[in-house]
Ligand binder design. Structure first.
Ligand code: UP6
Length: 277
């Protein structure tokens, strides 16, 4: 599937969020997700406003809503307004990891009510199918989508081998809700038996650990270039955080220019892939 255009893959999915993502990618000519890991609500809004309007190519904003110090629910209303104004998708990077009953409550309730506003979220496969049952009981009726963390970008990650294969099997059984993976490479056919026909299988691969100027950080993060991820490893969407907004607060035009740079690199790598270069 990964040699096809994003637009031609829409029909491979029944989930509305998967369709929305692929359609938005095709329309905006972008496979960039901006990861905005800042702790001040005003900085979060300022970064989105800096990046979105002038370079309206950004597909996604990925949030860690629980790191915001001055959170109140009016922030969500502001975020929703921005996503309608500039036509992008939210991905709350919650990394759920508990039993089905607990994650259903964490997803629907509490301070953040993630399911009410975030199109996409993700979960560790470690509890087994229970976690998908719990999250889909909340998210599926709302048309939300889920990614499983099949691999991680950090040095020494335990999500390898049979763990990764099991994650893909879990997803394969729940394709109405699980639309893809956080992973470092394509997962088509991974962990399938010889009798299984997975030739028409399609999952979205969102990949973090992307940097053009650094190879990693001091806490085990590892970076690859957009080209390595999209062209070399068949990933679909690059997730870029500090590569865009820096580690100390940068000027708005610098942030916008960095976003443009990653967006261009990501799209060029995709064109090279579908054109077989
Ligand atoms: N993230 C990873 N690696 C994973 C999964 N998630 O880095 O395997 C998330 C981090 C962070 C973002 O939680 O929000 O992607 C990467 O940020 P960075 O580009 O600033 O390193």
């Amino acid at each position: 599937a990964y040699k096809k255009t994003y637009g031609n893959r829409v029909s491979n999915f029944s989930n509305p969020t998967a369709k929305l993502i692929l359609e938005t990618m095709e329309r905006k000519k972008s496979n960039l997700a901006v990861s905005v890991d800042v702790t001040d609500a005003n900085d979060l809004l300022a970064i989105i406003e800096a990046v979105a309007p002038y370079h309206s190519h950004e597909l996604f904003f990925k949030t860690h809503i629980d790191i915001i110090q001055n959170f109140d629910f009016s922030l969500i209303e502001k975020l929703q307004h921005l996503s309608q104004k500039y036509d992008f998708v939210y991905f709350e990077d919650r990394k759920f990891a508990d039993i089905g009953n607990t994650v259903a409550l964490q997803y629907s309730s509490g301070v953040y009510k993630i399911a009410s506003w975030s199109h996409l979220t993700n979960a560790h496969p470690v509890p087994g199918l229970s976690i998908i049952k719990g999250l889909s009981s909340v998210g599926l009726p709302l048309g939300r989508g889920l990614l499983l963390l099949a691999e991680m970008s950090t040095k020494g990650s335990l999500a390898v081998g049979t763990y990764t294969e099991e994650a893909v099997r879990m997803a394969r059984q729940n394709r109405d809700f699980v639309i893809g993976f956080i992973a470092q490479k394509r997962m088509d056919g991974v962990g399938s038996s010889e009798e299984e026909d997975t030739s028409d299988e399609d999952f979205l691969i969102l990949t973090p650990g992307i940097g053009l100027d650094a190879k990693g950080d001091s806490m085990g993060q590892q970076y690859r270039t957009p080209r390595e991820a999209i062209f070399g490893s068949g990933c679909d969407i690059i997730i870029v955080g500090r590569g865009i907004y820096g580690t100390d607060s940068k000027a708005v035009d610098t942030i916008a220019a960095q976003a443009e740079r990653y967006m261009a690199e990501g799209w060029a790598a995709y064109l090279a892939r579908i054109n077989n270069e």
